[in-house]
Design a protein around this ligand. Structure first.
Ligand SMILES: [Zn+2]
Ligand SMILES: [Zn+2]
Length: 247
């Protein structure tokens, strides 16, 4: 999609939000309480009750790295993706929020959650000194359908927060893969195999990269992205997602 068109579309989605807010008094997306003028999307009570995960975790076995560790104690070999940090666990609360962000055009909510994730990452030494932020891409056909790529919106916000350049088009999705929700880990890995391509390998040579996506479940997608980046010369790859789905 033409980048200007996608920006314009985002603008209209947000405009639609404000018009709807004007017609129907805005209410909290989770508890339904009417919002005050200062609140947006979520009431303060719901916002403050968001569970936050304090540490990164291993994308393979999902064990958490406490005490500033940056290596999994249980997995013997390093994967392409070293560790991932998520804002919260994909519980019923986050399910509502991610659904509104991904499928209902609630871009403002996605930005708010991304800002929170950015703040958490900024406090974590294990996420300092990275060169680039790269979003997990959608296939162009899927992006056209949805109107935006939620990972791009996240990446833009987090990159401002961390002061790290955002490479929006470095990773491309060249296969329009099946929806992964009903697949098991092995099927997911097969599904995303060779689905991605690096645009300019010289850009990422010896660079440290934070990959951004909305949800990590088995880690198959993020791991395949990391593999392609690594095969093209990237030095270190970690991940940042809004939620961790534990299955
Ligand atoms: Zn609420
Ligand atoms: Zn592990």
């Amino acid at each position: 999609m033409n980048p200007h068109f996608s920006e314009l579309l985002n603008y209209f989605l947000e405009l639609k939000d404000s018009i709807m807010d004007f017609v129907y008094p805005p209410h909290c997306l989770v508890c339904g309480r009417y919002l005050s003028e200062k609140e947006k999307d979520l009431c303060e009570g719901c916002w403050n009750s968001l569970g936050i995960i304090p540490d990164p975790f291993c994308p393979n076995c999902k064990s958490f790295f406490s005490d500033e560790k940056s290596r999994c104690l249980f997995c013997s070999t390093d994967s392409n993706l070293l560790y991932v940090r998520s804002l919260g666990i994909f519980d019923d609360f986050y399910k509502v929020l991610i659904h509104k962000f991904k499928y209902k055009g609630k871009v403002s909510l996605g930005k708010k959650l991304s800002k929170k994730l950015g703040e958490e990452i900024r406090k974590d030494k294990r996420f300092s000194s990275f060169d680039f932020l790269i979003p997990v891409p959608l296939h162009p056909a899927r992006k056209r359908e949805r109107g935006y790529n939620q990972s791009e919106i996240m990446g833009e916000v987090i990159s401002k927060d961390l002061g790290i350049p955002f490479l929006k088009n470095e990773l491309k999705r060249i296969k329009n893969t099946k929806d992964q929700t009903k697949l098991n880990d092995e099927q997911r890995r097969k599904n995303v195999k060779d689905a991605f391509k690096v645009s300019f390998p010289e850009m990422i040579k010896d660079k440290k990269i934070i990959l951004v996506d909305d949800v990590i479940t088995t880690g198959a997608t993020l791991d395949e992205c990391a593999r392609v980046l690594k095969d093209n010369g990237a030095k270190k790859i970690v991940g940042a997602t809004l939620v961790l789905a534990v299955n």
